[in-house]
Write a protein that binds this ligand. Structure first.
Ligand code: HAM
Length: 422
């Protein structure tokens, strides 16, 4: 019998009926942190072992007995999300609960890669998986691809290219690999060492090798669609028609095969011209055999994952991208104004305005450059003058326009109105 995989000991799947609670807590915490001017920091989930030995102590229980040694435990940090989600789908019998499970995930993934721009050892993916019995319908493939495109657009990205292809059924895929092997066999001496090995083990990987000589050989291949059955051709045509109907621009690429074994039928990749050599923003495809291969029922699946770091890199190349920042930073010119700043700050935060105070006083020049650096929308200046007149000076950092406004610790209506304007 096929081995079914279980949750690693001491861990839990957080299933869709529980995640709203988690989200609620996370959203609330993020809101409060923003109001208090705290910024999020995320560090990798792995570090050099010595960092912990030196900080926590060689003889501490944590170091001696409790540090998880992944290799010893037969565990691996997840390199992607699909396999884990399929394991969870099977273990929780989701096929008995709903006809089609439409799941999404946001989280860190780990790959032992040689790092370079856009390629990390811990990175983050936003992904979806739609899994269910008899869910192989071209409209679901189209829906998933359109969702990926619209997700990128909602992030403010518009300059990207969608490539699609079909690998066909598992039998078609086998045909495809035979044809490829046949075409490449007499050219094998000119392939790179890796590709010479791939020829027998996984010939598809040769199609996306980055070596110039291999790329040239691949470019000259005439793959066509002879490996596809009529049913697979019709399926793919329906996917393409649905994309065209939805005005989603795509390019068909017979060289797009994707590097993971589980794919069948539709595969796709979205790339950005601003990313250099690691240009894939996201990718995905259908995997109709994976669930049964892992010991689950005969159900089909399709999904994609986007790399969050790459989305951010692409956005940072776009001059119109505005970094989220603090709404108001309060600066105190003298020590006496610190107390006033503290009182005003607590009222602004209660009103839901993301704000902070500079926890020091003195020269405007230094404090202003700090406000510029963190990208505060407004700066509120408090000095002896303002305290005497019962005012605050509010400076709009984009227009550099500055106004003195009547304000006291118990009446900030005017200030709040300005800060809440879009
Ligand atoms: P993948 O193509 O291996 O597919 O990864 C998807 C995306 O994750 C890539 O397009 C890229 O943006 C990002 N990514 C991958 N590796 C790295 C890395 N080392 N550093 C930074 N970003 C990276 C999958 O993972 C499949 N599970 C997608 C899928 C879901 N297929 C079906 N369902």
């Amino acid at each position: 019998m096929t081995k079914k995989f279980s949750l690693p000991r001491g861990t839990a799947d957080i299933l869709p009926d529980e995640t709203p609670l988690w989200r609620d807590i996370e959203d609330k915490a993020r809101k409060i942190f923003a109001i208090y001017g705290y910024q999020e920091i995320r560090t990798p989930v792995f570090e050099e072992t010595a960092l912990f030995t030196r900080s926590l102590g060689e003889t501490s229980d944590v170091v001696q007995k409790q540090m998880l040694n992944l290799e010893k435990e037969g565990l691996a940090l997840r390199p992607e999300g699909t396999a884990s989600i399929v394991r969870s789908y099977i273990e929780n019998n989701l096929d008995k609960k709903e006809r089609l499970s439409k799941l999404y995930y946001i989280g860190s993934m780990f790959r032992g890669e040689r790092p370079q721009k856009g390629r990390l050892r811990q990175f983050h993916q936003i992904g979806v998986e739609a899994i269910g019995p008899n869910s192989s319908l071209p409209y679901l493939d189209a829906e998933v691809i359109i969702l990926a495109v619209n997700l990128l657009k909602s992030f403010g990205l518009n300059d990207f290219k969608l490539k699609i292809n079909t690998l066909g059924s598992p039998e078609d895929k086998e045909n495809f690999s035979k044809i490829l092997r046949g075409e490449l066999k007499n050219k094998s001496a000119h392939l790179c060492e890796d590709c010479q090995n791939r020829l027998e083990r996984n010939v598809f990987r040769i199609l996306d090798c980055k070596n110039e000589q291999c790329k040239k050989i691949v470019g000259e291949l005439k793959i066509g669609s002879s490996y596809l059955s009529e049913a697979s051709k019709t399926y793919f045509k329906n996917v393409k028609d649905a994309l065209e109907f939805s005005s989603v621009a795509y390019e068909e690429s017979s060289q797009l095969v994707r590097g993971l074994d589980y794919y069948t039928h539709t595969v796709f990749e979205i790339s950005s011209p601003s990313l250099g050599s690691q240009d894939a923003l996201g990718a995905g495809g259908r995997y109709n055999n994976l669930v049964s291969q892992l010991g689950g029922p005969e159900v089909d699946g399709i999904g994609f994952a986007m790399g969050v770091e790459r989305i951010l890199l692409a956005l940072s190349q776009d001059p119109s991208f505005v970094k989220a920042s603090l709404n108001c930073l309060i600066l105190s010119l003298d020590e006496a104004s610190l107390l006033r700043a503290f009182q005003i700050l607590s009222i602004l935060r209660s009103a839901g305005i993301s704000s902070d105070m500079s926890h020091r006083f003195g020269s405007m020049k230094n404090q202003m450059s700090f406000a510029d650096k963190i990208g505060a929308r407004y700066v509120m200046i408090l000095g002896e003058d303002e305290a005497k007149k019962g005012t605050v000076t509010l400076k709009n950092m984009a227009t550099r326009e500055q106004n003195e406004i009547k304000a006291s610790a118990d009446n900030l209506t005017e200030v709040i109105k300005i800060l809440k304007e879009e």
